[in-house]
Design a protein around this ligand. Structure first.
Ligand code: ZN
Length: 150
């Protein structure tokens, strides 16, 4: 039986080294930035919408491996989803990393999101893992762009 923690660790390393959908999107319909001052993480998320559906999603960012891998995996998880589906996924991912998702429910999550289940044991890492998801939800809700603190 493969060691799940090793697999998850490799998945996070793979996405942090070779992030997917890692580019700016000049023709984006929606965008939002997120910052985690505790860790120095920064992500910028862009979305192109087709009606209610996320036609394309991309990000650029810098920071720790968990924040960048999570952003990369988030883009692969929400592309093609409706706003409602993406919000539902946000809620379940947030429950997962804060330790509020039942094991039964966790099993129905896309497996690559399960890679972050261990984060619940490290509260300081929750913000790293959820940063890009907060930026996604804020963009989908068309909240005003977060002012850059610099
Ligand atoms: Zn971080």
């Amino acid at each position: 039986m493969p060691d799940l923690h090793t697999l998850y660790h490799e998945l996070i390393l793979d996405h942090s080294r070779s992030p997917r959908n890692h580019r700016e999107m000049p023709d984006a319909d929606l965008q939002q930035e997120g910052r985690n001052p505790l860790c120095g993480d920064h992500v910028h998320v862009w979305l192109r919408m087709d009606g209610d559906r996320i036609a394309d999603v991309s990000f650029v960012g810098k920071g720790c491996a968990i924040s960048q891998a999570s952003a990369s995996i988030m883009t692969t998880a929400v592309k093609g989803k409706t706003r409602e589906e993406a919000e539902a996924l946000f809620n379940r991912f947030h429950d997962l990393v804060t330790g509020h998702l039942s094991d039964e429910d966790a099993e129905t999550l896309p497996s690559r999101l399960g890679a972050f289940s261990g984060v619940a044991r490290f509260p300081v890492r929750v913000k790293c893992a959820s940063l890009s998801w907060h930026a996604l939800r804020s963009a989908l809700r068309e909240e005003p762009r977060t002012a850059s603190p610099e």
